[in-house]
Design a protein around this ligand. Structure first.
Ligand SMILES: NC(=O)C1=CN([C@@H]2O[C@H](COP(=O)(O)OP(=O)(O)OC[C@H]3O[C@@H](n4cnc5c(N)ncnc54)[C@H](O)[C@@H]3O)[C@@H](O)[C@H]2O)C=CC1
Ligand SMILES: O=C(CO)COP(=O)(O)O
Length: 393
């Protein structure tokens, strides 16, 4: 820092008022952990759980079967009554598996106060429509302010209070000055970010162990959360097949290229992909048996069928459904996502794992970066890529 800078008057620190009453809608592992975060941050917290048995278990023994190794703090009020959970709430966190969010959000809309913002904490794309979760919410809760919370955050570690960093994005980050004539002014954008819903949610949930970063790129954040689950299955499959560290690094890196292409095709930004909700969450879930998506892939790689790998599990494996939703969306947009395609084909039983690996490894040889023009594509000497190209649904 220069002498001139250090002697200048300090910038005024903006005061942001946190939300006081937080309703967490969805009491699976992640909703329960986020309720603990809100409680630790000093917010009046209510947790709505769909399963009456889980509500009863918490009331009787203080533990949620969805997060069985952690005590629910007594300060969190747990209920199976949506109206009660939302009564007086000034913020709701929606923590519902992606394929059920539409139905649950419609119920939230019936009980929520007008203008109460919602924070989407689910990671996925809707199967029937191909819509991102923000688009689903815009349809079901029209006009309601919304933010997205995502990033590398295993529920159990958050419940333990392990240091965790997440991204919170909201769309209300408009430049304060008219910059139609030129590039965005970073100062203006920075000021807008501080005044955004994302910032208010961040001060509502931030603690010494839970650190939010702010963004205005909802699309980039959402695509990261949905695609990393599919790639975690790919890494699990490779591990289950007995493959080592080289293949995992290749899947993560080339998977990130797929994630980036899809995010950009949908209007998301490249720097979001290299942030917590992109590469951060991708590396977490691709390298840990704590991930349900990774362990699902592990079972497939060891020879289980998808049904066998999912049997008897109440925990959601978003990537098992999202392999289909992600690849369908990518095809519609003309985006190449060969690893995700391979995962989808394996789950559907259209391609066996060895054939998928060979097909991926023998795709045409091309420049690592598509930024290099013209894009070269040379036939691989051992080409079997046609296996992948014929797996279309
Ligand atoms: N568990 C984690 O570490 C994290 C999970 N997430 C995301 O949070 C979302 C919720 O996941 P978890 O809390 O982990 O779930 P979970 O696997 O712990 O529990 C399953 C959840 O699904 C709900 N559910 C089951 N059938 C339903 C139906 N028909 N309608 C509505 N809800 C139904 C249950 O009530 C329960 O909340 C997912 O999108 C997941 O990707 C995001 C970050 C971390
Ligand atoms: O999203 C998660 C961590 O950020 C949880 O991943 P899994 O659903 O694969 O367990």
């Amino acid at each position: 820092m220069s002498i001139e800078e250090s002697s200048s008057a300090p910038e005024p620190v903006p005061v942001i008022t946190p939300f006081r009453r937080v309703a967490v809608i969805g009491g699976g592992a992640w909703g329960s952990a986020l309720a603990m975060v809100a409680d630790r941050a000093g917010r009046e917290t209510r947790l709505w759980i769909r399963e009456a048995e889980a509500v009863a278990a918490i009331r009787a023994g203080g533990r949620n079967p969805f997060l069985p190794d952690h005590d629910m703090p007594a300060g969190i009020s747990v209920t199976g009554d949506m109206g009660q959970a939302l009564d007086g709430a000034d913020l709701a966190l929606l923590v519902i598996p992606s394929q059920f969010l539409r139905a649950m959000a419609a119920e939230v809309e019936r009980h929520a106060a007008p203008g109460m913002p919602v924070v989407i904490c689910s990671k996925g794309i809707e199967r029937d429509t191909g819509l991102l979760m923000t688009q689903v919410i815009a349809e079901v809760m029209p006009g309601r302010p919304q933010a997205v919370l995502s990033g590398p955050s295993f529920a159990a570690e958050v419940a333990e209070g392990q240091p965790t960093a997440v991204t919170i994005a909201s769309a209300d980050v408009q430049p304060l000055e008219d910059d139609e004539d030129g590039p965005l002014d970073p100062e203006s954008m920075g000021a807008a970010l501080v005044a955004s819903l994302a910032a208010r949610v961040a001060v509502t949930l931030g603690t010494t162990s839970f650190r939010p970063y702010l963004s205005d790129d909802l699309t980039g954040v959402e695509v990261g959360g949905a695609v990393k689950n599919v790639l975690a299955i790919a890494c699990g499959i490779a591990a289950g097949r007995g493959l080592g560290s080289n293949p995992r690094a290749a899947i993560i890196t080339r998977g990130l290229a797929e994630l980036k292409r899809l995010a950009q095709a949908l209007g998301g930004r490249r720097e979001t992909v290299t942030g917590l909700a992109g590469i951060g969450d991708l590396t977490l879930t691709c390298s840990s048996e704590q991930s349900r998506n990774f362990t699902f892939g592990l079972a497939l790689g060891r020879g289980a069928t998808p049904d066998e790998a999912l049997a008897g599990k109440s925990a959601v494996v978003e990537g098992a459904v999202n392999a289909e939703t992600v690849t369908a969306l990518a095809r519609r947009l003309g985006v190449e996502m060969p690893i995700s395609e391979a995962v989808h084909a394996i789950i559907r039983g259209r391609l066996d794992i060895d054939a998928a690996m060979t097909a991926l490894l023998t795709r045409p040889i091309r420049a690592e970066s598509r930024a290099l023009e013209p894009v070269v594509a040379i036939d691989h000497p051992a080409s079997r890529a046609s296996d992948l190209e014929t797996t279309d649904a």
